[in-house]
Ligand binder design. Structure first.
Ligand code: C5P
Length: 322
């Protein structure tokens, strides 16, 4: 019987890019946050051998370039099992959208194969496979509010943020992450202030701001947005902390329509608005569900795909996965 799992999206609440490392990756710091939008991934394990990907969306590759395929292959090898794995993806999240759709599908595949084969990988093997396949996969082994370090693959669970209302807008633009990093390198080259020391300082500043901000999140109980003043203050503190996404500096000049979406959020009263990852998703956090829904409707009327949803805590993430 196929195992059916919800594969949730993430956003980045700020992302600081540091130096380019000898392995070609960039040092970074970010706060990942899972949100309630999802794809559905169905995994079946039968007798035989091979990996098959089924997806109606032609933009999703069905060969070994698909992150699900790459994870499945490594999971079988690590478990020393032979099976015919069929992965069916119902795509609702945008492709190349900066909200980790492909990465989340791949982690759902890992968990789906474990369930289908009635076995479990050791935690260190789960993490190794996830980080081998991509920098954005390990966060989905944690869920909720997660601090990302290294090239993004070093993940640390943080106290969960309240279930704030959020609007996710995904203009139909595919932003290539490697290209965005290349443009960041060009910016660094042309900007005298962004020396290696300058970049390390900015990374430290981000870590400090993130720590100070997240240190005020209650560590017990499930935080609710109805937590009232506290939730509202936290949202204001996020803005005061000066947490930003560095990709905006290279992606907005290239795609001004994404900056325009951020401006719509600000005009409509979002407490915080930002690009997610390298885009093209732009999101806005709102104090009320009504304001989020009104803004999503407005964007849709302007021809920009947008949805109102909420942040998803770690507990909800694992409970609702399936
Ligand atoms: O790890 P992932 O497959 O998501 O990375 C895609 C590409 O993005 C990498 O090949 C690299 O060019 C770039 N990247 C980077 N620094 C990071 C993460 C990704 O330069 N921290």
């Amino acid at each position: 019987m196929a195992i059916s799992l919800r594969s949730f999206a993430k956003i980045n609440l700020g992302l600081a890019i540091g130096t380019r490392r000898p392995d070609g990756f960039h040092d970074l710091r970010t706060i990942y946050q899972t949100v309630a939008l999802h794809d559905v991934v169905k995994v079946d394990a039968a007798r035989g051998v091979g990996i098959e990907i089924r997806c109606k969306d032609s933009r999703v590759p069905d060969d070994d370039s698909n992150t699900c395929w790459r994870v499945a292959e490594r999971v079988l090898r690590t478990l020393k099992q032979r099976a015919k794995i069929v992965i069916a993806i119902e795509k609702k999240l945008p492709v190349q959208g900066g909200i980790g759709g492909g990465s989340s599908n791949a982690v759902a595949t890992m968990i789906g194969i474990e369930k289908a084969l009635k076995t479990q990988l050791a935690p260190h093997d789960r993490l190794r496979i996830a980080s081998e396949v991509g920098s954005d996969l390990p966060l989905f082994l944690v869920g909720g509010t997660v601090l990302g370090c290294g090239r993004g693959e070093e993940v640390w669970p943080m106290p969960d943020l309240p279930a704030w209302d959020i609007v996710i807008a995904t203009p139909n633009i595919g932003v290539s992450t490697p290209d965005a990093f290349r443009r960041w390198d060009e910016l660094v080259q042309d900007n005298g202030k962004l020396t290696d020391t300058g970049l390390s300082d900015r990374i430290s500043t981000f870590s400090r701001s993130a720590f100070e901000w997240l240190a005020s999140v209650p560590t017990t109980g499930v935080p609710t947005k109805e937590g009232g003043d506290r939730a509202e203050t936290l949202l204001l503190d996020l803005v005061r902390a000066g947490i930003e996404n560095d990709f905006e500096r290279v992606v907005f000049p290239e795609y001004p329509e994404l900056r325009d979406v951020k401006r719509v959020f600000e005009r409509e009263g979002a407490s915080f608005a930002s690009l997610s990852g390298s885009g093209s998703t732009v999101f806005g956090l709102f104090a009320t569900k009504a304001a989020a829904e009104k803004t999503a409707e407005k964007l849709v009327a302007e021809g920009i795909p947008a949805q109102a949803t909420t942040l998803l805590s770690r507990e909800q993430y694992w409970e609702q996965m399936g």
